[in-house]
Design a binder for this molecule. Structure first.
Ligand SMILES: [Zn+2]
Length: 248
């Protein structure tokens, strides 16, 4: 197995398109969005919203006052959006609303997710999944890094069984858990391990403390989701958590 390589943060490559538009004397801002928007009322109380470039489900849910927020919007439109809530394509038509006005008080607490899944740490994201760069052996970042100082409690994101807990080479001290849904979750660069192989864990259970062991330039939690136990079968961890109802 090849080394995971360093976790230097690659330079952010922000799209400059927005800035370029704004420099055209502001005129671009006034251009009509031909066919790009539309919330046509329908008899059923639902409306159709056409996804624009730059939209996110959260943004749409807010602008369209969707009861239940983006999670509800995603639920209602999963058949057209697909398995990844963070990937919506401009031009996609979303059904908005439905039983509006009748379900305003039914939204569950946003602090907990009904699914039982949680974030591994309550922290912001540093280096994102699939950031490209030569510092990663596969050519891209196979996990998501959370910005945490050493000693931050790290939680299991789901119910599962500990596959391994120990030295992961470039990953430092790491815990790998096979989640109840069959996916593998990896928590790397830990300063201390709180579980051992074979142990059953429940979502939100502390499994160790974050740190900077292994090949890193500073403390952070490298969190990875894989479809198998093998390196290279990674999927987008944030999309994975979102698909399980975690707000992140
Ligand atoms: Zn990482």
């Amino acid at each position: 197995m090849s080394a995971h390589a360093k976790h230097r943060r690659p330079k952010t490559r922000r799209a400059t398109r927005g800035a370029a538009l704004a420099t055209v004397g502001g005129a671009a801002l006034a251009l009509p969005l031909i066919g790009a928007t539309g919330a046509q009322a329908a008899d059923s109380g639902t409306t159709t919203y056409t996804v624009k470039s730059g939209d996110t489900l959260a943004k749409i849910a807010k602008s369209q006052n969707v009861d239940g927020g983006w999670q509800q919007l995603y639920k209602d439109n999963k058949s057209v959006i697909g398995g990844n809530a963070s990937l919506i394509t401009p031009g996609t038509k979303l059904t908005v609303g439905g039983a509006s006005g009748t379900a305003t008080a039914t939204q569950a607490s946003t602090a907990s997710t009904g699914s039982g899944y949680v974030k591994p740490v309550d922290a912001s994201i540093g280096t994102q999944y699939h950031s490209s760069g030569s510092m990663w052996s596969s050519g891209y970042h196979t996990g998501t890094d959370f910005v945490v100082s050493t000693g931050t409690p790290v939680k299991a994101v789901a119910n599962g069984t500990v596959v391994s807990a120990g030295d992961g080479g470039a990953y430092g001290n790491q815990v790998v858990i096979k989640n109840a849904d069959g996916y593998y979750a990896q928590y790397a660069h830990l300063s201390s391990l709180g579980v051992s192989a074979g142990q059953t864990v429940t979502a939100d259970q502390q499994i160790g403390l974050s740190g900077s062991t292994g090949n890193v330039t500073g403390p952070h939690l490298h969190f990875e989701i894989r479809t198998t136990a093998s390196y290279g079968s990674d999927v987008d961890p944030v999309a994975y958590l979102r698909s399980h109802g975690v707000t992140i």
